[in-house]
Design a binder for this molecule. Structure first.
Ligand SMILES: [Zn+2]
Length: 299
């Protein structure tokens, strides 16, 4: 005689019923809109360096960790007499890299991947690059776990998808020495079940690839490098500026725009202060975050 089974059977049935009904109501919710039940954290470190956290997984993007004034200004760019970075970090590099599970280097320009970052990071940290050339360079710097984000990858429960762009105007890319200098850069889309989708556009101007990424993934958070960096002798900028922030707010009406990559390297022609004024002037202040260095945002 097995009394235990008789006793637990009604309980087991009620558990099954409860699970089934909660799944049914979750299904109705999901049909209305994808529900982001968990929070995405974003910390603006400095420049284009940000930390993005999905659950237990933290990505460090484009680490530039040198002290203020370590490097000369970028030659043949706006205000090249100034030394980079223009400002200090708000925390020591050791604090910034603590808890980081993987690094994403969108491209290897000094303001996205510098000597100080190479020195501070553990050589076995998982690191994603845009192509084999950057991977080769970073491996030559001693890193042992370097991957190429060719299309999609999964890391710590987060799906990463490479996004395209162009680090300057067509006119700039028609000038071979400058085209070589600007090179390629990538953006990344972050997705995880129960979390908002984040699109980090990287060092790009507004291009059809940006529209396509917004259309395809419907990001609810869009991180734009918005400092409007300029090179001498050319119209236009090599990354986004205030008009692109406005454009993003119109292209993705449900998204929060996070503007970074300002006030930290010499060739930026748009300050946070100027962007704030512009954003207020266009009445989109509720749509745009312009975090100070060290500040954290939750979505
Ligand atoms: Zn940059």
């Amino acid at each position: 005689m097995n009394l235990v089974n008789f006793k637990t059977l009604p309980l087991a049935l009620s558990v099954i019923t409860a699970v089934a009904s909660s799944q049914a109501s979750a299904g109705v919710e999901a049909a209305k809109a994808p529900v982001a039940v968990h929070k995405v954290d974003l910390q603006q470190v400095r420049n284009a360096t940000v930390k993005i956290t999905y659950g237990d997984t933290t990505f460090l993007i484009d680490p530039m960790l040198a002290k203020k004034g370590t490097y000369p200004g970028f030659e043949n760019t706006y205000r090249s007499n100034l030394r980079n970075p223009l400002v200090d970090l708000t925390e020591p590099p050791a604090k910034i890299i603590s808890g980081v599970d993987a690094v994403i280097v969108t491209h290897t320009h000094l303001d996205h991947w510098d000597d100080a970052a190479q020195k501070a990071l553990p050589k076995d940290i998982p690191l994603f690059t845009q192509h084999e050339d950057d991977a080769k360079l970073i491996r030559s710097q001693g890193f042992k776990n370097v991957r190429v984000l060719t299309d999609e990858a999964e890391f710590g429960g987060v799906k990463l998808t490479k996004a395209g762009g162009q680090h300057g105007t067509d006119e700039m890319y028609a000038a071979p020495p400058l085209a070589k200098l600007l090179g390629e850069a990538m953006g990344v889309v972050f997705q995880a079940p129960g979390y908002k989708t984040l699109y980090l556009a990287g060092d790009t101007i507004w291009r059809k690839e940006v529209d396509q990424t917004i259309e395809k993934y419907g990001p609810e958070i869009i991180v734009l490098n918005a400092g409007k960096a300029k090179v001498n002798g050319f119209e236009g900028a090599i990354i986004m500026g205030e008009e692109d922030v406005l454009r993003a707010s119109k292209a993705a009406t449900n998204a929060k725009i996070v503007a970074v990559h300002m006030d930290a390297v010499n060739h930026m022609s748009l300050t946070r202060e100027e962007l704030r004024t512009y954003v207020h002037g266009h009445g989109i202040e509720s749509r745009v975050d312009i975090p100070e260095d060290g500040a954290s945002l939750e979505f």
